[in-house]
Design a protein around this ligand. Structure first.
Ligand SMILES: Nc1ncnc2c1ncn2[C@@H]1O[C@H](COP(=O)(O)OP(=O)(O)OP(=O)(O)O)[C@@H](O)[C@H]1O
Length: 431
């Protein structure tokens, strides 16, 4: 059984070479205990420590808590900082406060030597598990709170995770510590408080070992999750290209693995869809007829499929610029609507196309104009060339087109009516 002591802390955080510790300090029981332990540990082993209080400004007592935190740090000789964050609206306050808090704390973790410490304990683990079950979370959610994980430029550690709240309280009373009680802790409209007050006591009374056994289950799930993530990353690497997710190699994976790869790929865009949505994606987008142009929306993104590749697109990626640019020979032209930049130079660069004009109009979206690339037998509407070049339909509308005397002479990034040997300049499109 671990014993709550400065030595335990030093063992858990070792090796503390030139690390700079940042304590997320709310002034509540749990972080007060951690502050006290850290200040004692500093006497045994020198390390840099700063306590940071984030003022959410939600409670009428928030400023008073800030003063309390500062006074406690002063008394223990620990450096102190505070920062206010702005939380707007009335809904989801708990979650908004948490996101704003971690964003603010991230500023204090600016190098790989920085280690953020939070005072989460074993009761928080059970609450996290029950909340994860309630929302039907997957392996990552059911793994509970990680004892150590990368955070901002450094790490985030929770050295008190194995101790229960009552053990922390026992320590606080024995060491005559004082702490603030967040008035909102008794408000059972907040889910965590409801679990803390109504569920955990009943569970613990019936099964005193529940905390340990549930923690063990979470560790098992966490290990399986890590293993799954490792193999999923490997499989994903086989399926991604610069453009999107290649559906042919995806189809060769086991169905279960396909789901994990899709989820991991979407997670890299910050997307975490519900299972039903993923089923729709598979049925209506991935498995759509080859000539269909399926589209599914998720949060701010559009999922589209073209030429057996799946794309995640932001609204700007599918917007057709309406602006026309007059070009008078400038070597560099910034394009509207996030379409990148055009570079015109005397020497040929990679991906450059030949030009024989030095002025004209740059336009977008004029797909019915006829075009004859150098070397082609005849002219065709641009739409047909794009089809031939396998350009996804939404990208076709964002390709800069050069008109000279009303005639289409160059399609940036793809083709030009000027043969390379007749080039007087070279055009490179940086998307
Ligand atoms: N206002 C605050 N300023 C700095 N640190 C805080 C603040 N509030 C909480 N913390 C840190 O976060 C830890 C967990 O606090 P709490 O259980 O209230 O968080 P939570 O809202 O449940 O969110 P989560 O568990 O996801 O971090 C505390 O032990 C403390 O280290």
């Amino acid at each position: 059984m671990a014993e709550l002591s400065p030595q335990y802390l030093l063992d858990t955080l070792a090796p503390l070479a030139d690390n700079q510790l940042v304590l997320a300090f709310s002034g509540g029981l749990d972080s007060m205990v951690l502050l006290h332990l850290l200040s004692l540990a500093q006497k045994q082993h020198s390390f840099s420590l700063k306590a940071v209080y984030i003022n959410h400004g939600i409670s009428a007592h928030a400023n008073h808590w800030a003063d309390f935190c500062k006074a406690q740090c002063d008394a223990l000789g620990v450096a102190f900082a505070q920062q206010a964050v702005v939380i707007t609206g009335q809904s989801n306050l708990e979650q908004k406060a948490r996101i704003a808090r971690y964003q603010a704390l991230a500023q204090y973790v600016s190098t790989d030597k920085h280690m953020l410490l939070s005072a989460h304990h074993a009761d928080d683990q059970i609450e996290s598990l029950l909340l994860a079950l309630k929302r039907g979370a997957g392996g990552a959610g059911l793994s509970g709170i990680a004892a150590k994980r990368p955070f901002a430029a450094g790490m985030l550690c929770r050295p008190l995770l194995v101790f229960s709240r009552s053990e922390l309280e026992h320590y606080a009373v024995a060491n005559k510590l004082s702490w603030v009680n967040d008035d909102s802790n008794s408000d059972c409209r907040f889910e965590r408080n409801f679990i803390r007050q109504h569920l955990t006591p009943v569970i613990k009374a019936r099964w005193p070992q529940f905390q340990q056994t549930a923690t063990r289950s979470m560790q098992h799930i966490a290990q399986l999750q890590q293993l799954a993530e490792h193999y999923t990353r490997q499989a994903l690497a086989q399926c991604v290209s610069d453009a999107g997710l290649l559906l042919q190699p995806l189809a060769e994976l086991l169905p279960l693995q396909q789901d994990l790869v899709l989820r991991q790929w979407l997670a890299d865009f910050g997307l975490n869809p519900e299972t039903q949505w993923l089923t729709t994606l598979k049925q209506q987008v991935i498995a759509a007829r080859p000539d269909a142009e399926p589209l599914l929306v998720l949060a701010d993104y559009q999922l589209r499929r073209f030429a057996n590749t799946l794309y995640v697109l932001k609204p700007i990626d599918v917007q057709t610029p309406t602006q026309t640019l007059t070009w008078q020979g400038e070597p560099e032209l910034a394009l509207p609507d996030d379409c990148g930049c055009l570079y015109i130079s005397a020497t040929k660069q990679a991906d450059a196309i030949a030009l024989s004009a030095t002025r004209g109009q740059w336009v977008f979206g004029q797909l019915s104009r006829r075009f004859k690339p150098a070397g082609a037998a005849m002219s065709k509407p641009l739409k047909q060339w794009f089809k031939l070049w396998q350009v996804p339909p939404w990208q076709r509308l964002r390709v800069p087109l050069l008109l000279v005397n009303g005639e289409l002479v160059a399609v940036a990034g793809y083709a030009s009516s000027t043969a390379p040997e007749l080039a007087t300049a070279w055009l490179h499109w940086q998307r």
